[in-house]
Design a protein around this ligand. Structure first.
Ligand code: B12
Ligand code: SF4
Length: 476
């Protein structure tokens, strides 16, 4: 077949109500589109962001009809799996000859199940996507055998074939900048109201892939073959500068699950310090508490070059639970981290997980108490979610702990499993209690709404205005 045009689709999706109103750029698609644009310049590429253009499912069908692509591609994590399948279904309704391709960590971990349940998906790209996609498009174009392409899963004569994994790209600096120019017409719409304000340009960039830790509830290390690879510091700073100067990107969210201050913090500071954009940017980072606790000076330095918000996976107060999660941090690290962030006027965002197998009302109450003692600016409580691809999923599935296999609910706000003592409903109720106690507290609320810290004021007003508590209450 002739591949003349490919269409990347960010379909209509549910937003994560806990974080309020936001519109993220479809970064994964832009990263892939940039690579295809460079490697296969003869192919026409379109990126359709239904969210940004407020296109409904019906509108999407009409758009595919008029766009006439040879291939439709989409991506999504576990809670978005059905929206990807629906995109493929609509595509096939328009024209059965259009090849539908999906990727991302969810589909990479359950290719057999996905190709069985969703006949409208033709091909799954597993793991790192760039090179596999190029090889696949070339193969489709030349009618080459799909079996020769590494990193894909597809159907062939009633059977599902999984080819060997694709080797990882050795040097991430060889990747082009994400193709933000393909969404330039509506780029100004990307925003994250609660975190940076409605009119602050929100962009997402990648500094590294993977993680060297092995937490049992996390998919990320496994998705990237257990390796942590980083772009060079110069490349990261160049990309920040490019997004800021070319598109006015101000609120810049690093995709890096583990910013790794030990390996990169000082160098990143040195590099950004030389760049004028440091005065304009607001960097959002995700860090481990042990990493922050060990590098207070680096954190202080990074504050001076635009780091204004750090999210940390504190997870739990109990050492036994942290050990079980293989998190490899201590509760003291969490206290130390919050102190360092506060001292440096960096917005502290702590993530907690409830619903471990041994959890009871008392242990969750202790976790709540711990979260108040830590006193983060922002606390997010989540229900332990057995994402396919995690060690936890395997264990929970084998033991019959999973009571909800509807992936749309795998958003960490829905309780998916009971514990030994608590029912799933109890866990859901406890989750609501966590938010209710933290954000419903009269004194904490008054302090938040009238805080001298602007970010904190916005956040507390958001929690009240967006009715987050009542939405969580409704899940019970
Ligand atoms: C930015 C981000 C967000 C943003 C917006 C993302 C978006 N555009 O929709 C926000 C803040 C809104 C968000 C929200 C949530 N997120 Co989030 N988010 C991320 C983050 C940090 C970066 C995503 C990214 O751009 N990655 C970079 C790209 C390049 O990586 P990639 O997507 O894996 O793509 C590569 C390959 O997988 C493959 N590929 C992927 N898709 C496709 C498609 C095709 C066609 C092909 C060929 C290849 C391919 O090729 C790519 C390049 O090699 C990731 C963590 C991470 N590092 O990925 C978490 C992550 C995706 N989020 C996660 C979760 C759980 C959530 C939430 C449910 C809740 C929460 N606690 O945050 C909500 C759900 C929102 C919703 N309803 O959609 C989990 C998903 C776990 C899972 N298995 O489902 C992740 C992995 C974090 C984690 N450490 O666990 N998120
Ligand atoms: S939770 Fe964080 S530290 Fe643990 S494996 Fe995932 S990314 Fe790494």
């Amino acid at each position: 077949m002739t591949i003349s045009k490919i269409l990347f689709i960010e379909p209509p999706r549910n937003y994560w109500f806990v974080m309020g109103e936001y519109l993220p750029p479809p970064t994964t698609l832009l990263i892939l589109a940039a690579y295809v644009e460079r490697e296969l310049p003869n192919i026409e590429i379109e990126v359709l962001d239904c969210q940004a253009r407020q296109i409904t499912w019906e509108g999407l069908e009409r758009h595919i009809e008029s766009s006439k692509p040879s291939v439709v591609l989409t991506s999504g994590f576990t809670c978005n799996a059905y929206s990807c399948a629906r995109t493929a279904e609509i595509t096939k309704r328009v024209d059965n000859d259009i090849v539908t391709i999906v990727g991302g960590s969810h589909f990479s971990f359950v290719p057999e199940e996905s190709l069985t349940n969703f006949p409208e998906i033709d091909i799954i790209i597993r793991g790192e996507g760039e090179q596999t996609l190029i090889n696949l498009l070339q193969a489709l174009h030349k009618v080459k055998k799909l079996r020769t392409i590494h990193g894909i899963s597809f159907r062939h004569k009633q059977k599902i074939i999984h080819t060997e994994p694709q080797p990882l790209i050795e040097n991430l600096d060889t990747l082009p900048y994400p193709a933000y120019h393909l969404v330039e017409d509506y780029i100004h719409r990307y925003h994250f109201t609660m975190m940076a304000g409605r009119n602050t340009q929100y962009m997402i960039l990648e500094g590294s892939r993977g993680c060297e830790y092995r937490c049992t509830f996390c998919t990320q290390w496994n998705h990237w073959q257990g390796q942590w690879r980083t772009k060079s510091i110069k490349r990261i700073a160049d990309e920040i500068e490019f997004l800021n100067e070319t598109y006015g990107g101000v609120f810049l969210w690093f995709t890096d699950d583990h910013i790794n201050l030990a390996a990169r913090g000082k160098k990143l500071y040195n590099e950004l310090q030389k760049r004028p954009c440091k005065e304009d940017i607001m960097l959002f980072l995700q860090a481990r508490t042990d990493d922050v606790a060990k590098h207070p000076t680096v954190v202080q330095n990074l504050r001076s070059v635009g780091t204004y918000w750090i999210m940390c996976g504190v997870e739990n107060n109990s050492s036994a639970t942290l050990k079980e999660y293989k998190k490899n941090v201590r509760t003291e690290d969490a206290y130390q981290t919050m102190k360092i962030l506060k001292e440096n006027d960096i917005f502290s965002h702590a993530m907690f997980v409830i619903g471990n197998r041994s959890d009871a009302h008392t242990s969750i109450e202790q976790l709540r108490q711990f979260s108040y003692d830590l006193h983060p600016d922002f606390a997010i409580y989540t229900a332990l979610t057995p994402f396919p691809g995690t060690i936890y999923f395997q264990k929970a599935h084998e033991n019959g702990w999973i009571q909800d296999y509807n992936y749309a609910n795998y958003d960490m706000a829905h309780a998916i499993m009971p514990t030994e003592i608590l029912s799933r409903k109890d866990v859901q109720h406890e989750l609501w209690q966590c938010y209710n106690h933290f954000y419903g507290s009269y004194t904490r609320n008054i302090a938040g709404v009238f805080s001298p810290n602007r970010l904190k004021r916005v956040l507390y007003r958001h929690m009240a205005g967006q009715h987050v508590l009542s939405k969580l209450r409704r899940l019970v």
